[in-house]
Write a protein that binds this ligand. Structure first.
Ligand code: HEC
Length: 167
């Protein structure tokens, strides 16, 4: 009987690991949509996700000095970055998640005025979002919203990173 258990245990362990990797990549994908396009995006995705996921980054709001300080801290903690990657990452983070950038809003429940405060989201698109959400009852994910608005990915991504779909 014992040999079966010996065979079974590694199999069980592998299943658990595969399962949790799947869950992690699912939420990482949704979080990656909260990174706007721009130079630095790929480096953040690659270098800043080995110890924690992106949530801690996309919810942070910092000025230039604070992002510089944060990146230094992360390097001290062991983040692998080439020296020439530091400045683009810092410029990218301060533009995307600067101290004056509002927190992400829930596109399914936000009031018109809240949506209008989202950078790069103009009044016309806000009106279309409100119309589409009352027709469909809301959006589950970014791609649903993009299709409802019939927008090109390039234009959509300029504001979509500050929208969320649940709380
Ligand atoms: C080697 C592991 C590691 C890597 C890689 C890493 N971090 Fe962190 N990070 C941490 C740890 C550990 C904490 C928690 C520190 C704490 O509790 O204050 C943290 C916390 C943070 C925080 C929240 C605290 C704060 O300063 O506001 C932010 C933002 C952050 N990291 C950004 C980044 C960015 C941007 C990168 C990529 C340049 C990155 N991290 C890469 C280890 C890492």
């Amino acid at each position: 009987m014992h040999y079966r258990l010996v065979l079974l245990l590694p199999l069980l362990a592998m299943t658990v690991v595969a399962g949790s990797a799947q869950i992690r990549s699912g939420s990482d994908e949704a979080l990656a949509e909260m990174l706007p396009p721009g130079p630095g995006r790929e480096t953040v995705k690659e270098s800043c996700t080995t110890c924690h996921n992106l949530k801690i980054i996309v919810t942070a709001r910092k000025n230039r000095a604070e992002w510089d300080q944060c990146i230094n801290d992360m390097i001290q903690r062991g983040t692998a970055l080439f020296p020439e990657e530091i400045e683009p990452i810092s410029a990218y983070l301060v533009k995307a998640f600067g101290a004056d950038v509002p927190a992400a809003v829930n596109v399914n429940t936000a009031r018109r005025e809240e949506l209008q405060k989202v950078p790069n989201l103009n009044a016309e698109v806000v009106a279309r979002i409100i119309e589409e959400r009352s027709k469909s009852g809301g959006f589950e994910k970014a791609e649903d919203l993009r299709q409802a608005l019939k927008m090109e990915k390039e234009n959509f991504e300029k504001f979509a990173y500050l929208l969320k779909y649940s709380n």
